[in-house]
Design a protein. Structure first.
Length: 349
């Protein structure tokens, strides 16, 4: 699962600002959510442990952890933003991003995904570009699937338009400029995440209008519709990207060394062997062709018929003759009878 998520790069990429602060405490998922109203399901525990390689989940200090979790559970997004900004001012950006990251993995919340995408894009860190793009695609995918719960069919379309609006321009700029191959990779990751985190999501943001309670369909009605839409997500997201990016964008080539400048000669570094992360599968490959060794000389095959006037190529004491040789009969074949006679023609009688 960790390989399918790029969000962990946030903490590593922002390690510079974090050095001025005490190292963030990590622990079991239960410790990271202790003292708050969010209860972790078995699926959420598995996602967190897989992503953080065991019991290494970042622990946001209290009282912000409990207060933020309560605001998230109550879908009080203005309060979430207020508390997150207080945490950022007190403990730093890494703590605020760690709360967003862990709560997104535990709940699959589309609101946290959007918030995290905007905050990551705002850092200006090019190493986090792909994370912001992947989270935006995730928000679009959730809008298309979970939007089926809205009784008003226009609510889903309105939320989809909001994701493509000016408020998301910092992320949309990244979506429009990332290379085609990386865009496809982030799109596929977002689709897989949407499926994995679907059991934890209870979002109804796309069905809300102002402070009025959302008007939603029963689960037995909208969830089958969401499953049908989920099967079409690859086609929908590819079509969306083609509209946003009418021209292909190749991955930028690394800068080449300036040939005009003399380069100091350095001793050749030893060759680095990069081992694969996963062992290669055992493939049934054909054995390379080996030419056969030359065979030992064997005796020539018996001659089927002797020539009319055999002439020895070199002197010999004896030779093979056919005493019954006569004009061949095409309608009958008999093997010749051979016997040894002296080589002197005068001795043949």
């Amino acid at each position: 699962m960790r390989a399918t998520l790029l969000i962990l790069a946030v903490l590593a990429a922002l390690a510079g600002p974090a050095r001025a602060q005490p190292p963030m405490e990590v622990g079991a998922p239960e410790s990271a959510f202790a003292g708050g109203p969010l209860k972790l399901s078995k699926n959420a525990l598995g996602v967190l442990r897989a992503h953080y390689e065991g019991d290494r989940v970042p622990i946001v200090p209290q009282p912000y952890r409990g207060r933020l979790d309560a605001a998230l559970l109550g879908r009080d997004w203005p309060r979430v933003t207020e508390l997150k900004n207080e945490l950022l001012a007190k403990d730093g950006l890494v703590y605020a991003l760690a709360w967003e990251q862990t709560r997104f993995l535990a709940t699959g919340s589309i609101g946290i995904a959007e918030m995290h995408a905007l905050d990551v894009a705002a850092t200006g860190n090019t190493g986090l570009t792909e994370t912001a793009v992947m989270l935006w695609f995730y928000a679009v995918a959730v809008t298309l699937t979970d939007g089926n719960k809205c009784v008003d069919p226009a609510a889903k379309d309105a939320y989809f338009d909001k994701l493509r609006g000016p408020a998301y321009e910092p992320v949309l700029r990244l979506v429009r400029t990332i290379s085609d191959d990386r865009l496809a990779a982030m799109r596929d990751l977002a689709i897989r995440l949407e499926t994995v985190l679907a059991p934890e999501r209870v979002d109804d943001l796309m069905c809300r209008t102002g402070d009025a309670p959302p008007d939603v369909k029963p689960d037995t009605v909208w969830r089958p519709e969401a499953s049908l839409t989920r099967a079409m997500l690859p086609r929908h997201l590819v079509a969306l990207a083609s509209v946003m990016r009418p021209k292909p964008i190749a991955r930028p080539e690394p800068p080449r060394p300036d040939v005009a400048k003399p380069v100091a000669t350095r001793p050749a570094a030893p060759e680095t062997v990069v081992e694969p992360i996963l062992p290669l599968p055992a493939l049934s490959l054909p054995v390379p062709y080996q030419p056969p060794a030359p065979a030992a000389p064997t005796a020539p095959a018996p001659v089927a018929a002797a020539p009319p006037n055999p002439q020895p190529t070199e002197p010999a004491a004896t030779e093979l003759v056919d005493p019954g040789a006569s004009k061949p009969n095409p309608g009958r074949f008999e093997p010749p009878s051979m016997r040894l006679v002296p080589a002197d023609p005068g001795a043949r009688k």
